[in-house]
Design a binder for this molecule. Structure first.
Ligand code: URA
Length: 249
């Protein structure tokens, strides 16, 4: 059973702001209406607690399609209440060279039910292309399968409730290498908080699979000067796969 309280929302916002700070964001513009809304006490007739039905996740899905079908009806956490579509993941399911793991769907992904199809997704597609792959030749998934409202970082409980899906996806598709996009993806995969600035470019391991942390494409859109470092990380991934980047088009 997952619960959201007014206090919980404030705590989520705090975590989101801490995340932005950790990612190097130094200034945020906040609408006056948002500040007024935050200052407002909850209406007495608005229920303090939203309750969602937690359905156990079957341990042994035998295909990624079965996972996607289950995810489509998942009500394990409150994210189900605001989602339009679930975003289970897509790509090559038969031992792809690379699995890219992001944080969670944004607005465009929520509308289309596909991972990384918004602005950050366009940059990820370019990164994949620069590595000499197509999106169909890799697998792309997220730590949480439903959009966190306002693109906030998923909270720990949401990640914990959703991670069994990603873990089983990884068992089934058996990627050769995993690329963790940003601190939240790394936190989900490693099960502990991960400072991406310090960790990026340093090989980690997930259940015996080599795991390369790098910056999230959204962060690269905000700070393009970091693209050089991300590209260095992706070249390490190619090296691990015995490949070199194709000549630039
Ligand atoms: N950001 C993510 O982390 N995942 C997506 O699918 C889209 C944007």
């Amino acid at each position: 059973m997952a619960e959201t309280t007014y206090q919980g929302l404030i705590e989520d916002l705090e975590k989101y702001l801490e995340y932005q700070r950790d990612e190097g964001v130094q200034r945020l513009e906040v609408d006056r209406a948002v500040l007024e809304e935050l200052a407002r006490e909850p209406e007495p007739d608005v229920p303090e607690t939203l309750v969602v039905e937690a359905v156990p996740i079957p341990d042994h899905f035998d295909s990624v399609e079965a996972i996607a079908a289950h995810v489509a009806g998942c009500t394990n956490c409150e994210l189900c209440q605001s989602r339009t579509m679930t975003v289970p993941g897509e790509g090559k399911t038969d031992s792809p060279d690379i699995l890219f793991v992001g944080e969670g769907p944004g607005a465009e992904e929520d509308a289309q039910g596909r991972p990384f199809v918004g602005k950050a997704g366009q940059l990820l597609s370019k990164m994949i292309d620069a590595m000499g792959y197509t999106r169909e030749e890799v697998y792309i998934a997220n730590v949480v399968k439903c959009r966190p409202p306002g693109n906030r970082k998923p909270v720990r409980e949401e990640m914990d409730l959703c991670l069994p899906y990603l873990r089983r996806q990884i068992e089934l598709i058996k990627p050769k290498v995993i690329v963790g996009l940003g601190g939240t993806a790394m936190e989900g995969l490693l099960g502990r908080p991960a400072g991406i600035t310090r960790m990026r470019g340093v090989w980690q391991e997930y259940e015996g699979i080599k795991l390369m942390p790098t910056f999230h494409p959204s962060y690269l859109l905000r700070d393009p000067s970091k693209k050089k470092e991300a590209w260095a990380d992706l070249k390490l991934v190619l090296g691990e796969l015995g490949k070199v980047p194709p000549p630039r088009k």
